[in-house]
Write a new protein. Sequence first.
Length: 488
Amino acid sequence: MRFGIKKFVALCLSFALMTGISACAIEEITIEKDSIVTLNDCIKIALENSPLIKRFKYNYGVSKSNVGLAKSAYFPTLGVSTGYTFNDTSSSSRFSRSMTNRNSYNVEASLNQLIWNFGKTNANIRMQKFNMITALFNFDDSVLDTIYEVKTNYYGVLAAKAAVDINKANVQINERNYQRIKAYFDEGIRSKIDLVNAEVNLSDSKVTLVDAEKAYKNAMVTLNNSMYIAFTPDYEITPTETFNFNESTYSIDLEELDRKNDISSPPPAVADGTLTSTVEKTDILTDYKFEEFPYTFEKAVEMAYKNRPDIKAYDATLRAMEENLLYIKREYYPEISASAGYGYRNMNSTSSFNVGVNLSSSINILGKKHEIDAGKLQVQLAQNEIDMLKQNVYFEVQNAYVNMIELERQIPLLAVKVRQTLENFELADGRYAVGLGDFIELQDAKVQYNNAQHNYVQTVYNYNVARAALEKAMALPQTVTIAIEDVN
């Protein structure tokens, strides 16, 4: 695979600048013309380009700064001030007049240090640390969402590609039938209605092929969107182990969408058009084997509870709410601090130095009571959110697990159906060729064969999406991923 790297400088969010995150250079990964791209390549591009992932990285940076801000309460506060005073006084009476001019300046410095506030600052530091942990797990969750979206769209492109292949074969089959029936009609063997029906079927198959090609282009656009790349040149994607076809690559150029193709003339004739379906001839049908899912449903739920970053984020939020409640309760206690100061005034050349220990407390008892009540409700709300999320995770895993197992059972049956409908089509074609069958029988057999192929491909697509959804629901380790330290 070959990548082209476009570098551009972008300003980070204004709030990030205010919290100490400087402007950073962001690298956007694009795809070069005629590249061959795999699923892992697409995932890597999406993880590198995703602005959503960058947003969660910046949020993490903000929460990390908030931890430092909370810790700064233990550092001394230094104050410095200076001033200059000009005083011009005049007085007069019947017998005298006097004027007084006094200029003075002063310099003062002070140092204040928190000694102890009965754990309020510690509670605030722990609360901000849990908020930072929450931000980190939110980042991990966004990575899983991005990977799942790319996988789904990648499988969608493969399914659309297979649909194009099937419809191309269908056009070739209809072209062969049309040429054959036209020859029969010229010899007086077949009626005019068979020829007209063959022409209609050929035209319909061409229209369906155009629709399939449009769907393929739309699928490619959706995939590009999930990778956050635009103005993409012609490139190719490869099949996966669980979605493998004989034609390993299929290219499309999204830069020439206004190009017109002449589809009025029939495609070149092919030998034995009945057997040209690429789906029927690919390894996915004859040698396709499912990798057995290694976990039972109960184990899958257990791993989801253990691995899910959103559950971990909710747990950290609960701990933060508990520390916040503790902080509110401890505001009843006074604060002990020490102070030192030095001052100099040029008037009379006086200077002073003071050192003191202060005990202070200021609280609105009624207001604090309501704050504590609200803090308790926040803790209960966070716990309720965790309970609700775990229930949703259970049903999410259950739904994905059931879908995957059922689809896994369907695929071999549909593979057999493709072979059976192919055999039926070949028999109907043979019967029609020797005059034992009619055109309706032939068309019914062809439609059944065509539909069986489409259903097979759609089921393979659904299986891959269901398996990806289950892996996401369980938060299983991914082959390609990204850490928060790797985000630019």
